[in-house]
Ligand binder design. Sequence first.
Ligand code: PGA
Length: 260
Amino acid sequence: MTRTPFIAGNWKMNLDHLQAIALVQKLAWTLADARHDFAAVEVAVFPPFTDLRSVQTLVQADKLPIRYGAQDVSVHASGAYTGEVAGAFLARLDCAYVIVGHSERRQYHAETDEIVGAKARAAKENGIVPVICVGETLEQREAGEATAIPTAQLRTALASLAPGDDFVIAYEPVWAIGTGLAATADDAQAMSAALRATIADALGEETAENTRILYGGSVKTENAAGYLKMPDVDGALVGGASLDVDSFAGIVRFQKHVTF
Ligand code: PGA
């Protein structure tokens, strides 16, 4: 298996561009001090749009091995869409990734599965790897739909992609986001296996085997290794804990906590 573990920090609407520079710099120093091997565990941050140019400048000037992406992208290429940001603009900022379909976008901005798919396509058309988020609400889980909802969300998004495309999936149960109520590692594994089977069904075994599936929802330094040792969990999408350098660096260095 050749999937490189991936630790991604979703800052959400936190940190202005000056704070972003300070955090990325400190993160780079902390991981350099710890002799982190970025080829063994990939690291990316997802700052607000207004920070991206500053992060790009810092990363390129100091040749930092940290990657970065945006938290959203427009489905449109350009034109009269006030407030939206085109994939081409993100590509000019050398964004490696873009998050699409985060539950906060689905909930507060009425993003449907079809819109999420269109955003994944917009990313792909601009050479940016989409990080496609799926996950069930507590009500859906209690109604016995914990697997049906995320796999259906994924299936719709995958209609925008083709076999061999590079994309990342993040399984983020809505009830676990920002609540401290993290899913169990077994739950994360079961869901990741179901999502991988969905990819295999839609785009073939090879694409499914090559696609990284992250768990997200109250990931911390203390619980990260438990998820990462699961065979189908290839990383973490981290919200709150990504705003604190020591916590985030601790998650990146999860291999130091793995006990077999
Ligand atoms: P959390 O957020 O780590 O604060 O739970 C995760 C996310 O929403 O991506």
